[in-house]
Design a protein around this ligand. Structure first.
Ligand SMILES: Cc1cc2nc3c(=O)[nH]c(=O)nc-3n(C[C@H](O)[C@H](O)[C@H](O)COP(=O)(O)OP(=O)(O)OC[C@H]3O[C@@H](n4cnc5c(N)ncnc54)[C@H](O)[C@@H]3O)c2cc1C
Length: 373
């Protein structure tokens, strides 16, 4: 009988294995633990954000309730673990080495006192006398407590416990849109102000890089818009979504109009040369005759949003409902069952907020368990 069985050796599972007292077992379905950590932040692992307010999360109130349970600061925690940090733009926190493998090394070193079984798929969990029985591809294991840290993609274990779930959607990903205005632009990048309108209301605005694709649009500025769209779908509050691109973001109307008027008078062919990429100009410019109309058009390229692109999604929106757990992350129904990280219906914007949540929730749950041992 183990003290705690940790299901899933990702960000929150590994941190729990570092922190938990007692005799613990970590079960991971893949051949190695922490594989996803290695690809986060383009291989640099953006593990937190120093500008964090709580508003970046789908449920800020619940995030703060969990945060209050942890008396210290997550960045200080990493320093205590010997992980040196550096700050990139917009408050993004990375390991000083700029390599995600450093974060995984620190976690694996901390977790060495736990027993780890890889290639072990957990199928279900059930309450057993005095604790839990965990059914896996490798047989059954028993423990006094269980931590469900299996990420957002797998809700089967939560279902086996009859926990209440929301619908789930991929997010922080590319958006499928109608493509008639994007012909020939696959692979072209542009700077744009991106606005997402849901059922007539502007829900998100961000300036940044947009990458045009055959199926729609991708790029950093689109990722956060995809999160707002996925949240609206989860809440069943989205009949119609429109993405508007302002391709002249950062320029004054007047300065562009002056150049365009001169070119129109001269009869130039490539009106937009030197302003935006010729390829984009050709794709989006209709038969406009005056400079004001062209500027207005370039500021409001409208694309109907048709869906979320699963392939490159960084997170899952939705999961086990937050009202299933206390701020200590313990289940309200099952004593000794804890849920951490992405398996819960809590998600954050791009910028280190999702790993921060995975780590913070694991710390708070481990702390609660340690107090009871
Ligand atoms: C390409 C990419 C880049 C990202 N970049 C960032 C970033 O820079 N910053 C940021 O904050 N977030 C980033 N994220 C999101 C972040 O990685 C996740 O939010 C975070 O890893 C969630 O942690 P978790 O512990 O809840 O789940 P995970 O890290 O997904 O871990 C879950 C683990 O459980 C295992 N598992 C699942 N089912 C079972 C089962 N039945 N039995 C046994 N084991 C199981 C999985 O194999 C996995 O190892 C990125 C995600 C991706 C995909």
């Amino acid at each position: 009988m183990y003290d705690t069985i940790i299901i899933g050796g990702g960000a929150s599972g590994l941190l729990s294995a570092c922190e938990l007292k007692g005799k613990n077992l970590l079960l991971e379905s893949k051949d190695r633990v922490g594989k996803k950590i290695l690809v986060t932040g383009n291989g640099r692992c953006n593990l937190s954000n120093s500008n964090l307010t709580g508003e970046e999360y789908s449920d800020p109130q619940f995030f703060r309730a969990v945060q209050e349970k942890y008396s210290s600061n997550l960045l200080d925690f990493w320093k205590e673990k010997g992980l040196f940090l550096r700050e990139g733009g917009a408050g993004r926190v990375y390991p000083f080495s700029n390599q995600a493998s450093t974060v995984l090394d620190v976690l694996r070193f901390g977790a060495r006192k736990a027993e780890i079984k890889t290639n072990c798929i957990v199928k279900s969990v059930k309450k057993d006398k005095g604790g839990y029985a965990v059914l896996t591809s490798d047989g059954e294991y028993y423990s006094k407590r269980v931590m469900l840290t299996c990420g957002g993609g797998n809700l089967e274990i939560a279902k086996s416990l009859n926990l209440r779930l929301t619908d789930t959607y991929p997010a922080l990903c590319a958006l499928k849109t109608d493509t008639n205005k994007l012909k020939g632009l696959d692979g072209v990048r542009a700077h744009a102000k991106v606005s997402l309108e849901i059922d007539g209301k502007v829900e998100y605005v961000e300036s940044g890089e947009v990458l045009f694709r055959k199926y729609g649009v991708s790029g950093i500025a689109v990722f956060n818009a995809s999160l707002k769209y996925a949240r609206a779908l989860r809440d069943k509050k989205c009949k119609r979504a429109i993405l508007t691109l302002d391709l002249l973001d950062g320029l004054e109307d007047k300065e562009v109009e002056t150049v365009l008027s001169t070119r129109i008078k001269r009869g130039d062919d490539n009106l937009l040369t030197g302003i935006i990429s010729n390829k984009i100009g050709q794709a989006v410019l209709d038969d406009f005759t005056n400079a004001q109309e062209i500027v207005k058009n370039l500021r409001s390229i409208k694309l109907n949003v048709l869906g979320l692109l699963d392939d490159n999604a960084q997170i899952t929106v939705g999961g086990v409902r937050l009202d299933e757990v206390k701020p200590s992350l313990e289940s309200k129904t099952y004593d000794g069952l804890y849920l951490c990280g992405e398996v819960l219906d809590q998600d954050g914007l791009c910028g280190g907020y999702n790993l921060h949540w995975a780590f913070l929730s694991a710390l708070v749950a481990s702390q609660d368990i340690n107090q009871k041992i």
